[in-house]
Design a protein around this ligand. Structure first.
Ligand SMILES: [Zn+2]
Length: 177
C-alpha cells in the first residue's frame, strides 16, 4: 500500500488541470495541506516578505484568524514592543494595587491625572516637568534622607509609582508616534 506523502506538498505550489483535459487550464491549488480547492487568495507569509501563500477562501480566512502579528518583526522591535507592554502592565498592576482604575476621557488617563496630582502638577505638564517634580519630591522623602520614617517611606513609594505611571504613559505615546 502506498504511503501517503501529502505533507511533502506543504510549502510548494501545487497545480492541477481544471476542467476537461482538452481545455487544460492549470489552476494553482490551495497551499493548505490536503486541500484540493483552487488557491486564489494570496496571503503574506510574514510582514515585509514578498512570499505569499495561496489559499482557498476558507483557508485564507483560517490563516488570517491565526495571523501572528509578531512573526517576522525583527528582534529589536519585538523586544521594544514586549517592553512597552510590560511596563504598561506593571503600571496597571501597581495602579490596581493602589485602587486606581478607570480612564479619563481626555488625552490623559485617570491614573495619569492622579499621578500628576500627587506630584502637584497640572494636567498639561510635560514629561520634563514630571521628572523635575518627581526628583524634588522623592529626594525629600528618600529612605537615605529619612531612614526608618514610615510616612516618608510611604510617600516615597507613592511618588515612585506616580512617576512610573507617567513614564510608561509617555513611552506609550512616543511609541505610537
Ligand atoms: Zn484550502
Amino acid at each position: 500500500m502506498a504511503r501517503k506523502t501529502r505533507s511533502n506538498d506543504w510549502g510548494f505550489p501545487r497545480w492541477r488541470g481544471y476542467g476537461s483535459a482538452r481545455e487544460a487550464t492549470t489552476v494553482r491549488l490551495c497551499d493548505r495541506h490536503g486541500c484540493e480547492e483552487p488557491g486564489d487568495c494570496p496571503a503574506p507569509k510574514s510582514p515585509n516578505n514578498p512570499d505569499r501563500w495561496y489559499f482557498c477562501q476558507r483557508h485564507a480566512a483560517e490563516y488570517n484568524s491565526k495571523w501572528d502579528y509578531f512573526e517576522g518583526l525583527d528582534k529589536a522591535e519585538k523586544a521594544k514592543r514586549a517592553k512597552a507592554e510590560q511596563s504598561e502592565n506593571a503600571g496597571y498592576a501597581e495602579a490596581q494595587h493602589y485602587g486606581w482604575s478607570g480612564s479619563g476621557d481626555g488625552s490623559r488617563s485617570a491614573d495619569e491625572m492622579r499621578a500628576l496630582d500627587i506630584l502637584d502638577l497640572e494636567a498639561d505638564a510635560d514629561f520634563d516637568a514630571v521628572k523635575k517634580a518627581w526628583r524634588v519630591k522623592a529626594k525629600a522623602v528618600h529612605p537615605d534622607v529619612k531612614p526608618g520614617d514610615k510616612d516618608a517611606a510611604e510617600a516615597f513609594q507613592k511618588y515612585q509609582l506616580a512617576y512610573e505611571v507617567l513614564k510608561s504613559a509617555e513611552e506609550r505615546r512616543e511609541w505610537k508616534g
